[in-house]
Design a protein around this ligand. Structure first.
Ligand SMILES: NC(=O)c1ccc[n+]([C@@H]2O[C@H](COP(=O)([O-])OP(=O)(O)OC[C@H]3O[C@@H](n4cnc5c(N)ncnc54)[C@H](O)[C@@H]3O)[C@@H](O)[C@H]2O)c1
Length: 338
């Protein structure tokens, strides 16, 4: 049963995706946007005015020290995720943290440790798991044997912060993590091995990996093949697509994972497309978790596992070797608590 008490929330990071969350939060009667914060004072002020926030600040201590604030959305550059998540947990604030969890395994570990120490409710931003077509595909095919998937975007500017190795980590980590998360989510057993090829094809001024062809093996023997790049959206399947089969059944997710076709005994069913619901699909889950005091379905542990698999793929590209995820330093990160 939902708690009817209004939740006071704050947003840290008044940029493009903070705005997606603010748009949805403004439609939730059980949520009040109490404060917004940014290192740029004018951005915070304009954002507060646009979304009807109670206040705007550049001083995060105003959020950490305010007992009225129940939950915080952290929508900032990736190198700030670990320190901001640690500060939120230390202040006993439930938090939603955008994807990827962080840029390094060490920072992912810091976030998980802070959540475990504090007991706050924390969610990562892997929203594709909650798309209705993805949920229907998971219910239709519970144990895929083979999956193919991609996130292929249009060209990213080299100057974009997400292509900065310090702030963002590059396209493969920054948005490739979305499709890797969805593949792992659709497979019931743990990822155990990664081999990847690729490198930097389009951003010579940046020390990042922008293109990857990843082979992922799961503990039950299932395999997945994942392509990631910013080489131009595929016109038929769209930026995000994923297909899987188990020997008897198969499905295709396309149209940015909002459309689903399923196939059984050579009979194909085309399901009506679902409208894309932006950040709302995952914000609803987090708000319900905070209101009801229960864990979120997108835990920081599961986000660490996904981020670790992408980091292992990048390591594989750099070394030319497969990475065994059952050994340190990855084993702890890809094992979820019982
Ligand atoms: N889930 C999705 O589909 C999706 C889509 C786009 C972006 N994102 C994620 O959202 C996050 C933000 O991305 P964006 O595109 O909104 O970036 P952005 O650059 O538009 O906004 C980031 C904002 O954070 C502010 N900021 C940075 N450090 C700060 C700090 N220490 N304290 C307060 N404010 C700070 C910046 O000044 C900026 O206004 C990233 O993790 C990104 O990967 C998720």
């Amino acid at each position: 049963m939902s708690n009817p008490r209004v939740l006071n929330v704050a947003i840290i990071g008044c940029g493009s995706y903070g705005a997606e969350h603010a748009k949805f939060l403004a439609t939730c009667p059980q949520v009040k946007l109490h404060t917004v914060a940014d290192i740029a004072a004018d951005r915070a002020r304009d954002f507060a005015a646009k979304f009807g926030a109670g206040g705007a600040t550049t001083d995060l201590n105003r959020i950490w020290s305010d007992p009225a604030i129940d939950a915080v959305w952290i929508c900032t550059q990736h190198d700030t995720h670990a320190p901001l998540a640690e500060a939120a947990a230390a202040a006993r604030k439930n938090f939603f943290l955008e994807k990827p969890l962080a840029l390094t395994l060490a920072d992912c570990d810091r976030i998980v440790a802070a959540v475990e120490r504090s007991g706050v409710i924390a969610s990562s931003g892997f929203k594709l798991r909650f798309f209705p077509a993805v949920k229907a595909a998971k219910a239709f095919l519970t144990r895929p044997t083979l999956t193919t998937a991609h996130v292929i975007d249009d060209h990213w500017p080299s100057e974009f912060w997400a292509n900065d190795p310090v702030q963002g980590g590059g396209n493969v980590l920054s948005q490739g993590c979305h499709i890797v998360d969805t593949v792992i989510h659709l497979h019931p057993s743990a990822p155990v091995r990664v081999y990847a090829t690729g490198g930097n094809r389009h951003h010579p001024t940046r020390a990042i990996v922008d293109t990857a062809a990843i082979s992922l093996t799961f503990a039950d023997g299932a395999v997945a093949s994942i392509a990631i790049g910013d080489v131009g959206v595929f016109p038929y399947t769209s930026k995000f697509a994923l297909q899987a089969a188990d020997g008897a059944r198969s499905f295709s997710l396309y149209n940015r994972l909002n459309s689903l076709m399923t196939r059984v005994d050579k009979q194909i069913t085309e399901h009506p497309a679902w409208p894309e619901d932006g950040a709302a699909v995952i914000d609803r889950e987090f708000i319900a978790a905070v209101a009801e005091g229960k864990p979120t379905p997108c835990t920081v542990h599961s986000a660490r596992r996904t981020t670790a698999v992408v980091l292992a793929a990048i390591e594989s590209i750099r070394t030319g070797q497969a990475v065994d995820l059952t050994k340190p330093p990855y084993a702890a990160a890809v094992t979820l608590p019982a």
